[in-house]
Design a protein around this ligand. Structure first.
Ligand code: BGC
Length: 860
């Protein structure tokens, strides 16, 4: 019997506090023999009345809200049923959907601003406390809460949530996100206490590289907490807390995101979260009317950052220095949790590093991010402590000041990132390739800490646009990244200049990096939303980003010189081409203006295609003409006489993959030249940020699958598998972040956790395993495994908007056995190595086909 499952509003399974009056609905069909013909939704309101309406689309992919728009705080229950094969399914489990505060005027509580000296050095946290009385226990209660800074909060002693670094990082001058918590069960009749601890985070303190900048968003932190209670009659009121707030410096004596957290347990007042505590020694904080905050308060989209799993050390060792070294066996983003018992006043220090060098913590790559936490005991007995206001990228940690036995060490590493749903998996017969895939998954996890960052460890951790631009397809396959990316794209749009300029990282921090927007970086403004539309079928992301997408291409038009190609602009080019010297990563083999022109074509074509989808035909004509003009000039400038690019694999791959060369003969020549260059390079990687994500596709699609595999499976440096052979557990920033002799690359920019070069996993999914989308949202897929490289099996599965898609193949005795599982609503075109083509719908399908002789040879 067909079942409607996984109902979501705005992609949220927990739809408490959605920030829109018309949240879109998504669901999946289970056990459906065919796609739904119709679907309807039923809404039950708080007063028990209900209405049932037909839905505009029965497919369950972000279907428009069919009811009257919600007003702030309105809570309804929604269920969906589908008509399949002329039979109505049962109603789905109801989903509670509750609107957040949709109008800025809904906020009446002030921002609570603890006073503190405006100094450019690490500051302490602040404790904030307010006591209030309720005549009766509320029938329901909500806390709408955010901060300028980062915070934790508690009600009557109970923690509000397990979020880490709430409210995360946005372009605070434009947007500040809040979350809504159901606190009904935490309140009681009589005296109640709300408490919070507030620290600098990204808002204040030091962020950015080359010394960074202090207090980028403001000189004072503040907490905004609006508590609303509803009585049994359904009347809702704000509990006025304003005048009740009191402040003192918190137990975190010095806190910085890069520096770490120093905590002195002796400074935490006993009973401060209990009613009746005497706060007379506390100060009265400043209260700033919410209208003065000068930013838009926005309900968070997507899931929060929280501890996702905890790792135990794989080894613990006492060092000659007396320190205890812990190896967690995996490079992560997170913090330690230490359980211990220390005498009063004794301090335990925690040092972090990604790698060892000369058998010591390799901290040089952290640059100006010391990443040291400390805990000073109050001697009251065993404690369990984890820092709350910092985060580190590390695999190794050392404890300084530990005096107990090795056997008593009770330390875990909390893996902390945005709590995204896992959606994609890959496996194959080659353990090294599997490890490359796993390392990429880890680098994604470690860098999706509220926004897509370059790295989680050094004095950077910025939303570098180029990194996510190349990684977006992989990210969309592996995890439900929509919340992180939707929020971040809003910042991209918010920070875009009036001339369409896109900062090289967002939020932008003016710490000395050139302001000019680089190709492949700024193109995130078009390519990331386009990828989200392709992979999730979400047209509204294009609608939302449309002005930003167009503005970027308008900006590119300003950069086209008299020769018709991009010229004279600041460009990072094919960043980190292994031929570039450590101190100049932009010095690549491929002309940076070829890269810039190719990307201008790609972005302009995306904008033209988007215009078609949005029904703006005038815009389509305009951007199409621009794209083709630049494409033609680029072709003439670089792709007629190929001699100038013959030894630049990135240039050749761009010609093929970005559709700069269309004539079949010319494409064949380009493919042959590319294969020759790759062979000439001994199947070592010769590409940087731009070429690396596309080179295997360029080889495979131009008839050189064997070379793609040889490149993919290369283990000597530079290659994807070289780091794996060196024991990497994440993707490195440089091909040789660690040199073969075990020393760390001398370049000042050397991270062991950058996802960008892991973008190749998208090739593993689409080509090696053979699971590729061919229409937005995986509504249509192409299943065409391309075995090679000696692999005897591979598989990929993906939780698409329609349900799980799985492809898996095995090769034995020249026969390919292929299994394909297709969910209802998806049509699969299966292309077998012997040329057989089958178009199939939902169900499990099995095929067996002989491998053609040439490919049999290649897979031996
Ligand atoms: C970042 C990169 C980024 C690059 C561009 C680096 O410092 O870590 O990932 O894209 O700068 O300049």
């Amino acid at each position: 019997m067909t079942a409607v499952t996984g109902l979501r509003a705005e992609l949220r399974a927990d739809a408490l506090g959605v920030g829109t009056a018309a949240p879109r609905l998504s669901w999946r069909l289970e056990q459906a023999p065919e796609p739904a013909e119709q679907a309807e939704a039923r809404m039950v309101s708080a007063d028990g009345s209900s209405s049932t309406v037909p839905l505009v689309a029965p497919d369950g992919v972000l279907v428009d809200w069919p009811f009257p728009e919600l007003v702030s705080r309105q809570r309804v229950e929604v269920s969906v049923r589908a008509l399949v094969a002329r039979e109505w399914s049962d109603w789905s489990e109801p989903l509670a959907v509750e609107a957040a505060l949709l109008e800025q005027g809904d906020w009446s509580e002030p921002l609570v601003v603890p006073s503190a000296a405006a100094v450019h050095e690490l500051r302490p946290s602040h404790l904030l406390r307010a006591e209030f009385t309720l005549d009766e226990a509320p029938a329901s209660a909500r806390l709408y809460v955010t901060a300028q800074g980062v915070f934790t909060a508690a009600l009557n002693g109970g923690p509000l949530s397990d979020e880490h670094l709430a409210p995360g990082w946005t372009s605070y001058t434009h947007r500040l996100r809040y979350r809504v918590h159901d606190v009904t069960a935490m309140l009681r009749a009589g005296a109640n206490v709300i408490g919070a601890e507030l620290a600098d985070g990204w808002f204040r303190g030091r962020i950015g590289f080359d010394g960074g900048l202090w207090d980028v968003f403001g000189e004072h932190v503040g907490l905004l907490a609006q508590l609303e209670v509803t009585d049994a009659q359904g009347d809702t009121r704000v509990v006025p807390l304003g005048d009740a707030w009191r402040q003192i410096p918190g137990p975190a004596t010095r806190v910085g995101l890069y520096e770490g957290e120093s905590y002195d347990a002796r400074l935490l007042p006993d009973g401060w979260l209990e009613p009746g505590f005497d706060p007379s020694a506390w100060r009265v904080p400043q209260l700033r009317p919410v209208v003065e905050i000068g930013t838009v308060l926005e309900a968070a989209v997507g899931e929060p950052v929280r501890p996702i799993e905890s790792l135990r050390p794989v080894s613990v060792e006492k060092r000659p220095s007396g320190r205890l070294r812990l190896d967690f066996g995996q490079n992560i983003s997170g913090v330690l949790r230490v359980k211990a018992d220390l005498p009063a006043g004794r301090t335990l220090r925690m040092h972090h590093a990604e790698v060892l060098e000369n058998d010591e913590l390799g901290t040089r790559p952290l640059r100006e991010a010391p990443s040291i936490d400390s805990y000073t005991s109050d001697g009251s007995g065993p404690f369990s402590w984890a820092p709350r206001f910092t985060i580190h990228g590390f695999r190794y940690a050392e404890l300084e000041g530990w005096h107990g036995d090795l056997a008593d060490v009770d330390v875990e590493a909390l893996v902390i990132h945005t709590d995204m749903e896992r959606r994609g998996w890959f496996a194959c017969s080659d353990p090294m390739l599997e490890k490359l895939h796993e390392n990429t998954v880890w680098s994604m996890r470690d860098n999706f800490v509220d926004l897509p960052t370059d790295c989680p460890q050094r004095d950077e951790r910025m939303g570098w646009t180029g990194d996510i631009q190349v990684f977006a397809p992989a990210a969309e396959f592996l995890y439900g990244a929509d919340g992180v990316l939707t929020s971040w794209l809003r910042d991209v749009a918010a920070e875009q200049g009036s001339d369409g300029w896109v900062p090289n990282f967002v939020p932008w921090v003016e710490c000395g990096f050139p302001r000019g927007a680089s190709a492949a970086w700024g193109d995130a403004a078009t390519i990331v939303p386009w990828t989200m539309y392709q992979r999730r079928g979400d047209l509204s992301i294009l609608r939302e980003q449309w002005p930003s997408m167009k503005a970027w291409v308008d900006h590119l038009a300003l950069r086209v010189g008299p020769g018709g190609v991009v010229e004279g602009s600041m460009e990072l080019g094919d960043w980190l081409d292994p031929a570039a010297p450590p101190e100049n990563p932009a010095a690549a083999r491929t002309d940076k203006y070829l890269v810039a022109s190719a990307y201008a074509v790609r972005s302009a074509r995306i904008v033209a295609d988007t215009a078609v989808l949005l029904g703006d035909l005038e815009a389509e004509a305009h951007y199409r003409a621009f794209a083709e003009r630049v494409a033609e000039a680029t072709r003439r400038r670089w792709f007629e006489d190929l001699a100038s690019i013959a030894d630049a694999p990135t240039a050749l791959a761009l010609g093929l993959e970005f559709g700069l060369v269309e004539d079949p003969d010319a494409r064949r020549r380009l493919g042959d030249l590319l294969a020759a260059a790759v062979r000439e390079g001994g199947h070592h990687v010769q590409t940087g940020f731009v070429g690396t994500p596309i080179i295997c596709d360029a080889l495979a699609s131009s008839g050189h699958l064997d070379d793609a595999y040889a490149l993919l499976l290369q283990q000597e440096c530079p290659s994807w598998l070289y780091p794996v052979s060196m024991g990497a557990t994440t993707i490195w920033e440089r091909w040789d972040s660690m040199l073969p002799d075990g020393s760390i690359n001398p370049g000042g920019m050397t991270s062991f956790n950058h996802y960008a070069l892991g973008a190749v996993v998208d090739f593993l999914h689409r080509v090696v395993a053979g699971l590729a989308p061919s229409a937005p949202g995986y509504r249509e897929i192409t299943v065409q495994p391309r075995p090679g490289g000696g692999l005897t099996s591979a598989s990929a599965s993906h939780l698409s908007p329609f349900g799980m898609i799985a492809v898996s193949w095995e090769l034995a005795d020249g026969l390919l056995a292929l299994d394909v599982e297709v969910p209802t609503g998806v049509s699969a075109r299966v292309i077998l190595p012997d040329g057989g083509v089958h178009t199939v719908g939902a169900g499990a399908h099995h095929y067996s086909a002989p491998m053609p002789a040439a490919q049999k040879e290649a897979t031996r």
